[in-house]
Design a protein around this ligand. Structure first.
Ligand code: AMP
Length: 121
């Protein structure tokens, strides 16, 4: 899947749309999710143009990959959710319901989050 440079996170990265920023460095931007699913719901995105985790894991440089995951850990620590715990989610593709085609990691925390997936049937 080709990268769509008009996706909402690309527009946030270009400063065309505001975000509620919590962290930024050379490789990474993080901001609060606009429709939080938990008391803490932060999105961590790479500044590079990657469609999803699959694309990022295949094409990103070692510096981008290391920088991304180190930043995600730091952001969770700075959000104060290390002690109580948090969940990381990244949706890739149709079956996961990925909405925004720019790789992002959800950091969810601040209440008991329940089982990983809703049980079917
Ligand atoms: P996903 O389904 O994994 O692609 O998640 C996309 C997430 O982006 C959802 O949780 C949305 O609430 C969130 N989102 C969409 N637009 C914005 C925005 N402008 N600012 C912050 N979060 C957003």
């Amino acid at each position: 899947m080709a990268y769509d440079s008009n996706n909402i996170f690309a527009r946030i990265l270009r400063g065309e749309i505001p975000c509620n920023k919590v962290y930024e460095d050379q490789h990474v931007l993080a901001f609060h999710d606009i429709h939080p699913q938990a008391p803490t719901h932060i999105l961590v995105i790479p500044k590079g143009a990657y469609v999803s985790f699959a694309d990022f894991s295949e094409r990103a440089t070692p510096d981008e990959i290391t920088g991304f995951f180190r930043a995600a850990g730091l952001i969770a620590r700075q959000a104060g959710v290390d002690a109580t715990g948090y969940r990381l989610i990244s949706n890739h593709g149709r079956d996961s319901h990925q909405d925004v085609p720019h790789f992002h990691l959800h950091i969810l925390a601040g209440r008991p989050l329940g089982p990983l997936l809703l049980r079917q049937g």
